[in-house]
Design a protein around this ligand. Structure first.
Ligand SMILES: [Zn+2]
Length: 153
């Protein structure tokens, strides 16, 4: 029986999970001649993470950082090199990006995402970069409209 992902709303493949869709997306990227480009790959991975705060197991702080990086990259404020340096600093040393048991699970107050991984995947390699960008923009917008803070429970 197929259903929808409870986090992003994607229609799930028969007998599959949303993570399967994410892996299919990464596979699609790996098959692109010359690769998807650094920004597209960054937006795709970050987009998936931001839509799956529970499944991807990130801390509130890591999610907030990811959201900020995506918004800044889309706005053209930061380069990929700056993001790489930021991420390197953020995960340096003992800082964790994934939750431990007892850490709150973050749930955004977003009732429905306009786009999800299945939409990006459905278009294939053709127009991938612009679709990923549209996806990332829709996520930033939905999070902005939902308010700055995630609900914790
Ligand atoms: Zn999902």
């Amino acid at each position: 029986m197929s259903g929808a992902c409870h986090e992003c709303g994607a229609t799930l493949p028969e007998g599959g999970t949303c993570r399967d869709l994410f892996h299919a997306l990464l596979l699609l990227e790996s098959q692109m001649r010359g690769g998807p480009g650094e920004t597209s790959h960054f937006l795709a991975v970050s987009g998936y993470v931001l839509q799956h705060p529970e499944g991807m197991n990130y801390t509130a702080e890591a999610l907030a950082g990811s959201r900020r990086c995506v918004a800044d990259r889309l706005a053209g404020i930061v380069t990929m090199e700056q993001i790489r340096n930021d991420v390197r600093r953020a995960v340096d040393g003992s800082k964790r990006v994934t939750r431990r048991s007892g850490d709150p699970i973050i749930r955004w107050q977003v009732s429905a995402w306009p786009m999800n991984v299945a939409h990006v995947l459905a278009g294939g390699a053709e127009g991938y970069a612009s679709r990923v960008e549209a996806w990332a923009r829709s996520i930033v917008l939905a999070l902005d409209q939902a308010g700055a803070d995630a609900a914790r429970r």
